[in-house]
Write a protein that binds this ligand. Structure first.
Ligand SMILES: [Zn+2]
Length: 797
């Protein structure tokens, strides 16, 4: 389902016959057509960079759905039969990624069987090739075995893509290429997928579902823009603009939610026959109206969710007649389900993954939220309270947001509050009166869903914290925690300006992670607990710093990074995490001294250099811009280690390159210039370049980004030096040698030369495959010469 989330989600053209539900059922229940079975030779299917050769075998098509044949199976079930698929990634990073999974930078595989699902003109394209070879003919006798063997796989694949296929079929795909999904099977690699989706910003994805122990992974081998799109500009980002959410939610005593969501929808394109929304699979959408008229809803069966588990599902709203561009429509959607989980002892929380209400690509909108909930519970949400009353056993609270936000979160419990006001902003920290039953880390979300769209992944503690269930109460540290949150808020306000919303509630959730929604922060219960004082250095100390200080400051920083400035594309989402974590490290440095931030950087370094199950360092799993793709069966924890760890180091290295003042100005300017907008990695590079000191080497930071952001590698660096001549005409010559990286790796490393009376000279040396030599003229002998004494380069120690 990961491919479905970033589609340009409105389909134009005439609707096909039948309701959406009929079409969806026909897709799910589709079977093969014995009258459409062929003996084939030398058939090709080309989709930009993807080339498939059906060299010799049998091909059978599916039954038509809404007039389209949407699937076929090829089997090389004849003497000498075979098929071949070729996919050549267009750049080094993608070739490296592919090679890490299949031991080859290019995909060129022979196969015995392949299943294709498509909504484009593949059927006609194949049929038009049949006359080209005399061996091609109808062969219904071969159908039997293929139908039997492949009907379950066809239905499985069709169900996975049901909403997406229905979307194409309902709108028709005339004049534009449709979805093409292929499932191959060969002896070397087993089953693997290649998807071509013209609506996705990276149209081509190849990968594989793998089960390792109890965990299921989707390994993204490679993902890139198809050749056609590499030449032409990407399609516009939004197809409908959402504004003015009004949600009325009833929270029942059994913790289920019944909601009526109203939202204004303005189409950007004309003639839309379907509008897509995303919602958590636990939420069932039962009805929709558009301007008061009934609209059909097509939501896929939640039980079918496999790869997309835990994230959002796509559903369609089909208007009674096509929508007009520029007109504003009032959508009303009714939905219910259970997104609230019970951790025991009256500790509740809202599942952090998936939308509890219908969304469309996390757009900025104003919210008016009314919650009706049992009077003995407390509920916190984004926005300012405008109404709060009780009616019998019910409490009714209504909130409005003072600004547009991208997501409205809530949480509930039996809370004790600590409220503080700082710099004109209110912090309301809520603690559960009791501790959840099992204070253990929740099982990690292991199913990797490389969502190319807006990411709302929680912040996870990037280390193994030993969470011994402490005998403390979560309210013991409430006042201290509230003071800490207020203090980090004050720090950030002084540097970045106002947060996303003027009122910030902090609420506990079980587990070891946090999440920073606009106006509402989820914080691990562990952050609420008094830890036994630890004199131990190392992981225990950094875990303590992390849970007590960094985590809350990181989530506070998300009020800016991710909620004022945003990143929608999966390749840019690392920026929000790196900037939030860097802001947190700046805060703890100010509060507790440089040593605490350095302890965290040391911890990150150690985690990056740990060995993944494939024997390589975790850092080598891929560049930070791979985002959620980094989690794979090869390195199951790579995403968080690289995003937070290497992301923080990248910012630290930039800070050392430009100096503290310039770096802080860069952060403030990023907020100012990209307020309520997306920033891409390249835009951030260009912005950072504006803050480089005059006459810097690599002034546009292209080499820096190439190496550290788009590349991998952590070098081991060695310095050798000597001084020749007589004062005051001394020459210090030195050599910096790098190892444990490939020969193309290079880094700019400071060598600090300390002269008498505390004077220092810093020489920046560019390392490379060969030892790098440098010479510095000195008037007096150096007291001390050191390589990178202040955490300016991520390197092995
Ligand atoms: Zn975060």
């Amino acid at each position: 389902m990961r491919w479905l989330l970033l589609l340009a989600l409105v389909v134009r053209a005439a609707p096909a016959a039948g309701t959406a539900a009929d079409v969806a059922r026909a897709i799910r229940e589709n079977g093969f057509d014995r009258d459409e079975c062929y003996r084939v030779r030398d058939i090709t299917i080309f989709k930009d960079d993807l080339k498939i050769y059906l060299t010799d075998g049998h091909l059978i098509f599916s039954q038509p759905v809404a007039g389209h044949r949407i699937a076929a199976v090829f089997a090389a079930d004849v003497e000498g039969g075979e098929g071949e698929v070729i996919l050549l990634p267009p750049n080094r990073a993608e070739r490296t990624s592919l090679a890490s999974f299949i031991n080859s930078p290019n995909l060129d595989e022979h196969f015995r069987v392949a299943l294709f699902l498509f909504t484009g003109a593949e059927y006609d394209a194949i049929m038009s090739q049949l006359p080209h070879n005399a061996a091609n003919r109808k062969d219904p006798d071969a159908a039997g075995g293929m139908v039997e063997a492949w009907t379950p796989a066809l239905r499985g694949l069709a169900a996975s893509f049901q909403t997406r296929v229905a979307l194409d079929l309902l709108g028709g795909t005339a004049g534009r290429p449709g979805l093409f999904a292929a499932l191959f099977d060969n002896a070397r690699l087993g089953r693997f997928d290649i998807i071509y989706d013209p609506y996705s910003p990276e149209q081509i994805v190849a990968g594989q579902v793998l089960v390792r122990g109890d965990s299921t992974y989707f390994n993204t081998w490679t993902s890139f823009q198809a050749r056609r799109s590499r030449r032409s500009p990407p399609p516009p980002a939004a197809d409908v603009v959402l504004s003015d959410y009004r949600i009325q939610a009833t929270l029942n005593p059994d913790l289920s939610l019944d909601c009526v969501t109203r939202v204004k929808v303005k189409p950007v394109v004309d003639g839309a026959t379907a509008v897509t929304f995303e919602i958590a699979p636990q939420m069932a959408v039962s009805a929709a109206t558009i301007d008061g008229r009934d609209a059909e809803v097509l939501q896929r069966d939640a039980l079918r969710a496999n790869i997309g588990r835990g994230g959002n599902d796509l559903f369609l709203v089909i208007p009674p007649e096509p929508l007009h561009a520029g007109r504003e429509y009032e959508f009303e959607l009714r939905h219910s389900g259970k997104v609230i989980l019970d951790a025991g002892d009256r500790v509740f929380y809202v599942t952090a993954r998936g939308n509890w209400y219908p969304g469309h690509n996390l757009q900025f909108a104003r919210y008016d939220l009314q919650f009706r909930y049992p009077v003995d519970l407390d509920l916190v949400a984004a926005g300012d309270v405008v109404e709060d009353r009780t009616e019998g056993d019910w409490r009714i609270t209504r909130r409005r947001t003072a600004a547009t936000i991208r997501f409205a979160a809530f949480n509930l419990g039996n809370y004790k509050h600590a409220r503080l006001e700082r710099a004109g902003f209110v912090v309301d920290v809520c603690a559960n009166r009791s501790l959840e039953r099992a204070l253990q880390p929740r099982p990690q979300e292991v199913v990797n869903v490389p969502v190319p769209g807006p990411s709302r992944r929680p912040t996870q503690v990037p280390m193994m914290v030993p969470p011994q269930p402490p005998p403390h109460s979560p309210i013991e540290r409430l006042q201290d925690l509230a003071a800490d949150v207020a203090s980090s808020l004050e720090f950030m306000v002084s540097r970045f300006g106002p947060p996303a919303l003027p009122h910030i509630a902090v609420s506990p959730i079980p587990g070891t992670f946090g999440q920073g929604f606009p106006g509402l922060i989820y914080l691990s219960t562990l952050a609420y607990l008094k830890d036994a004082p630890s004199s131990e250095a190392g992981p225990a100390q950094s875990a303590k710093i992390y849970l007590e200080d960094v985590l809350q400051a990181h989530e506070v920083a998300h009020q800016w990074w991710g909620n004022r400035v945003t990143a929608s594309f999966y390749r840019d989402s690392w920026l929000m995490e790196a900037l939030a974590n860097t802001s947190a490290l700046l805060y703890i440095e100010k509060r507790m001294g440089a040593h605490s931030a350095e302890t965290m950087l040391d911890t990150y370094r150690g985690l990056l250099l740990e060995k993944a199950p494939n024997g390589q360092t975790v850092e080598s799993a891929g560049p930070v811009v791979f985002g959620p793709r980094l989690d794979s069966s090869l390195a199951p924890t790579a995403y968080r280690t690289i995003t937070y760890g290497k992301g923080s180091w990248i910012m630290q290295m930039l800070r050392r390159r430009m100096g503290d003042q310039r770096f802080l100005s860069l952060l403030a300017e990023a907020i100012r210039r990209y307020d309520h907008r997306d920033i891409s990695t390249e835009e951030f590079r260009q912005l950072a370049a504006e803050f480089m000191p005059p006459r810097s080497e690599d002034p546009r930071l292209e080499t820096f980004f190439e190496q550290w952001v788009y590349g991998t590698g952590i070098p081991n660096l060695k310095l050798a030096w000597s001084v020749k001549g007589q004062a005051p005409a001394l020459r210090l010559t030195g050599t910096v040698t790098q190892s444990e990286v490939d020969e193309n790796f290079n880094a700019l490393v400071p060598v600090e030369i300390q002269i008498a009376r505390g004077q220092t000279v810093t020489e920046w040396v560019r390392t490379g495959g060969e030892p790098a030599h440098f010479t510095v003229s000195l008037k007096q002998p150096p007291v001390k010469v050191s390589l990178d004494p202040h955490y300016a380069v991520l390197r092995r120690l």
